[in-house]
Design a protein around this ligand. Structure first.
Ligand SMILES: [Zn+2]
Length: 709
């Protein structure tokens, strides 16, 4: 038994995967233990083999419409042919797949890129004892391209097989190709390509009725292929269908629902992660219905089910008279009017529920002892979140215990999936400040766009640090993400379009930049107004979530709704601000939304061009501070002049590619001028200090270094 600490540095893919998935390294890394426990070995050893060859006779062409097939009882047969192609069939007279295997894909990247899924209506049957899944899905797809679409490409994990595809009640012929793509844990996708009799016109939609099935055992093939050690790979790629724990995280981990994507491989820069972000953005707004039927072995009923991170009630039917060999049936469903920025996911587990403040923890028996610490962190952090986000969260946080303590954590909406174990109160408080924020913002069927959902969660995490450890530590925490942001930002808007925050696909934008944006809004609008907006924001009312063709008249993937809420809150916050200094309510904030949220203009680059103190009367000094901004985004920054006895701070807007002069009156001779305090992210550094006693120049510095000057 190997009990050596895992060499995480030696596993760049794993850290790449977890950091790219948007984890806040300051809180969730605390949950990563350093030992492999023996459970890991038995867990993986328990995975059955799927390589048996059971040839079956060719079945006749299907004559039964999928909607006439019996529901609730799934009978599988599975064959593996000499060439490695597998076929899974459903039902006693199950149809053989109508797909023709082809060695080269028929669909092109251009076709894959423009297909948007606008509605899913899925009937999902699970048989965890054999790790099987069988799905019938009614899909609506739209051609978002500019030219007619000749083929409809539909992809699923390579451990699943296409059975039948119908349009308007008619079976279609289609080809099936295996693509190498690391958006699935197997590293491959099965792509069906439907040749349309009449091409799909730009903007037109098409209703498809598809069936597919197969098994989803754990697979780390994509990571092992690029040299990740098996253990580490399996702790990252833990998606599986199993009796005690079924976890299907969706596109980027396991493609258990039909998608259309451009094949990408790990090791090719950030392309897999960019594709994951694109997928979530394109899915946002799609209608999603799922009806789940799970055949569980006698006495091993699941205790919790989550669809897309939303907990759904389980209806259990335990056969009363039949013997123990007859399975029980668990049923659940979700009707989600519009997906948020998310990849559809499905979780089903046999775990013990523990109630905590606004939270339910589902644990393995061996982790029960850690529950107390987690529960007290939830109750400790809640009053702070209530102060900002309102008395009652819109939904409850669910935390699911992962089968192995080494398994990498995952979050979607108000669901956190992580190995529950002992951790220090500080570590757990940080986790709950972030994760409970999601519960405050998500409703039982909807979640805000990413820059609000993840941005506010990260923002609340930094406010928690400010409350516990002071402003300096909070600014350092922000600063730790600035360099990566500055690298990602286009140097000038002409160089690349970057990622407007409202359509961002990368965590460095929708998490790091968004957190800065909320810090800046705090200064621009005041704590009271910002808090009022966060309380009043309703994801269901935000038109940015509507799914409309790119560039279409209704394409409103913007911050307009949020901006309106801010203006309203500022107008009504009046004198009642108790959370901080009252800002000037007459200022127009539209420049801020234009430069920081609706377009990506990169970061500002501020410099102190000159400081001109003049002695006026008595002990008074008037200090003129000349500032310039060589970036393409305007910024409002605090400017402070100080001496040993006094300091005065005023806020000044420095226009993009422009200059500004601020005159500040100070009692006593000024000795220092500081521009920006770290709350406005800049290209190079976010604090500039000019000493007036002759030492130093315009010294840009980080919040940390500024301490020492
Ligand atoms: Zn989050």
């Amino acid at each position: 038994m190997n009990l050596d600490p895992i060499d995480r540095v030696g596993c760049p893919i794993r850290s790449a995967v977890s950091s790219r998935l948007g984890w806040d390294s300051t809180n969730l890394s605390a949950l990563r233990p350093v030992f492999i426990l023996s459970i890991a070995v038995s867990f993986f050893a328990a995975l059955p083999s799927f390589c048996q060859t059971t040839p079956t006779a060719p079945a006749p062409t299907p004559t039964t419409a999928p909607d006439q097939q019996p529901h609730g009882k799934v009978i599988f047969s599975r064959s593996t042919e000499d060439n490695g192609q597998t076929t899974t069939t459903t039902g006693p007279a199950a149809p053989k797949s109508a797909g023709q295997p082809v060695s080269a894909p028929v669909a092109t990247d251009a076709e894959r890129e423009v297909l948007t899924f606008t509605a899913f209506d899925m009937d999902v049957h699970l048989r965890p004892v054999a790790q099987q899944i069988a799905v019938r899905a009614l899909l609506t797809v739209r051609n978002d391209g500019h030219t007619p679409l000749a083929h409809i490409p539909l992809q699923i994990s390579s451990s699943l097989d296409w059975e039948n595809i119908r349009i308007a009640g008619r079976d279609l012929t289609f080809t099936v190709a295996t693509l190498n793509s690391d958006v699935d844990h197997t590293g491959r996708l099965h792509e069906a390509a439907i040749a349309l009799a009449a091409p799909l016109a730009p903007g037109a939609t098409l209703a498809l009725d598809v069936t597919y099935s197969g098994t989803i055992p754990q697979s780390a093939q994509r990571l092992i292929t690029i040299g990740t050690p098996d253990d580490a790979a399996l702790h990252t790629d833990w998606d599986t269908i199993a009796i005690d724990f079924t976890g299907l995280r969706g596109f980027g981990n396991v493609v258990w629902y039909p998608v259309s994507s451009v094949p990408v491989i790990l090791g090719d820069g950030a392309r897999v992660f960019d594709e994951m972000g694109e997928h979530k953005l394109r899915m946002a707004g799609a209608r999603f219905r799922l009806s789940l039927t799970d055949e569980y072995p006698h006495g091993q009923a699941p205790t919790v089910a989550l669809i897309n991170g939303h907990r759904v009630p389980l209806a259990l039917t335990e056969p009363s008279t039949a013997g123990p060999e007859v399975p029980g049936i668990a049923a659940a469903s979700l009707d989600q009017p519009a997906l948020g920025f998310e990849a559809p996911s499905l979780f089903l587990a046999v775990l013990t529920a523990h109630q905590a403040t606004n939270t339910t923890l589902y644990t393995l028996p061996e982790d029960d002892s850690a529950v107390e610490g987690w529960a007290s962190a939830a109750s400790y952090v809640t009053p702070f979140l209530q102060g900002w986000l309102g008395q009652a969260p819109r939904s409850q946080l669910t935390i699911l215990d992962l089968p192995d303590p080494e398994d990498a954590p995952f979050e979607t909406g108000a669901l956190l999936v992580t190995a529950i174990q002992q951790a220090t109160p500080d570590e757990l408080d940080g986790v709950f400040a972030h994760s409970l924020t999601h519960a405050f913002l998500c409703t039982s069927t909807s979640s805000p766009p990413a820059w609000l959902s993840e941005g506010v969660a990260h923002f609340m995490g930094t406010l928690w640090i400010e409350k516990q450890q002071g402003r300096q530590k909070a600014l350092e925490s922000l600063e730790s993400g600035r360099e990566a942001l500055a690298l990602a930002e286009p140097a000038s808007p002409g160089e690349s379009s970057g990622q407007p925050l409202a359509q961002a696909i990368s965590p460095v934008y929708y998490r790091s930049k968004a957190a800065y944006v909320f810090w800046m809004l705090r200064d621009l609008a005041g704590d009271a107004a910002l808090s009022a907006v966060l309380r009043g924001y309703s994801p269901a009312d935000d038109p940015a979530r509507s799914l409309s063709p790119p560039g279409g008249p209704d394409s409103t993937t913007s911050s307009a709704y949020f901006e309106k809420l801010i203006e309203k809150a500022r107008a009504s916050s009046g004198e009642s601000s108790s959370l901080g200094p009252k800002p000037d309510l007459n200022r127009d904030l539209s420049w801020f939304f234009t430069d920081w949220i609706d377009a990506d203009k990169g970061l500002p680059d501020i410099a102190i061009d000159g400081v001109f103190p003049s002695h006026t009367e008595g002990d008074n000094w008037l200090v003129a501070v000349n500032l310039s901004n060589s970036g393409y985004a305007a910024a409002e920054i605090p400017v402070t002049v100080s001496n040993a006895a006094a300091s005065v701070t005023q806020r000044v807007i420095v226009p993009a590619r422009g200059k500004a002069t601020q005159r500040i009156l100070l009692q006593g001779q000024p000795i220092k001028v500081q521009a920006n305090d770290g709350t406005v992210p800049e290209t190079e550094a976010s604090i500039h200090i000019r000493n007036l006693d002759g030492s130093g120049g315009d010294l840009p510095s980080t919040p940390h270094a500024a301490d020492q000057q």
